[in-house]
Ligand binder design. Structure first.
Ligand code: E4P
Length: 218
């Protein structure tokens, strides 16, 4: 299972990268705005700064919603660095763009996916990643993890090469459940990645080991 961090915050990306378990980064326009990154030039430079931290897989989202606009923007984003994956929304023009980017060898991540039909379309169009937003589904009383499992099963039936990127992960149990149902990737905030470390018995056990060592080695 790949771990992506879901943020545009450079210090959080560095911290996750330094743990040695990070496989990529996902951003979206809201996450860029949260960091105060505005204007085409600044946004471009920020993507480059993210690419300089991690080894691969930096999702950068297009703003255009028409086919020509998405293609123009996506080509520009892909030129920033080979690590860029162009993030395209699940709309009709987006499906056309996924297919066209695929033909040009530009990697894509189909975003804003909320059901299995949309995921089938993304795979048929040749998306490298599909991003079902499980937390936002849970927010509206729909089982987000069940959708991840459904998409994993459908892709397995047809050997689709599109990777299932579980997005909108809100807590550690989401991540573990995504691993259980076979998501290829989980993108989540830093707190979820570091949350995996935590168990009170680990802290108690370590404290005891160290105090016993120090008692015998005065
Ligand atoms: C990532 O690709 C998505 O944009 C992100 O996970 C959405 O998360 P949210 O629902 O917490 O905004």
């Amino acid at each position: 299972m790949k771990f992506f961090i879901d943020t545009a915050n450079l210090s959080e990306i560095r911290e996750a990268h330094e743990m040695g378990v990070l496989d990529g980064v996902t951003t979206n326009p809201s996450l860029m705005a949260k960091e105060g990154i505005t204007g085409a030039e600044n946004i471009r430079n920020h993507y480059k700064a993210i690419c300089d931290i991690v080894e691969n897989n930096v999702s950068a989202e297009v703003i255009a919603t028409d086919f020509e606009g998405m293609m123009k923007e996506g080509r520009e984003l892909a030129k920033i660095d080979d690590k860029i994956v162009v993030k395209v929304p699940m709309i009709k023009e987006g499906v056309k763009a996924l297919k066209a980017f695929n033909a040009e060898g530009i990697r894509t991540n189909c975003t804003l996916v909320f059901n299995a039909g949309q995921a089938i379309l993304a795979a048929k169009a040749g998306a490298n990643y599909v991003s079902p937003f499980l937390g936002r589904l849970d927010d509206v009383s729909t089982d987000g993890v069940a959708l991840i499992e459904q998409i994993v099963n459908i892709y397995d039936n047809y050997n689709f090469s599109t990777e299932v990127l579980a997005a909108s992960i809100r807590h550690v149990m989401h991540l573990i459940q995504c691993a259980e149902v076979g998501a290829d990737v989980a993108t989540c905030p830093l707190a979820v990645i570091t949350g995996l470390l935590k168990h009170p018995l680990t802290d108690i056990g370590l404290e005891k080991f160290l105090s016993d060592y120090h008692k015998g080695n005065k």
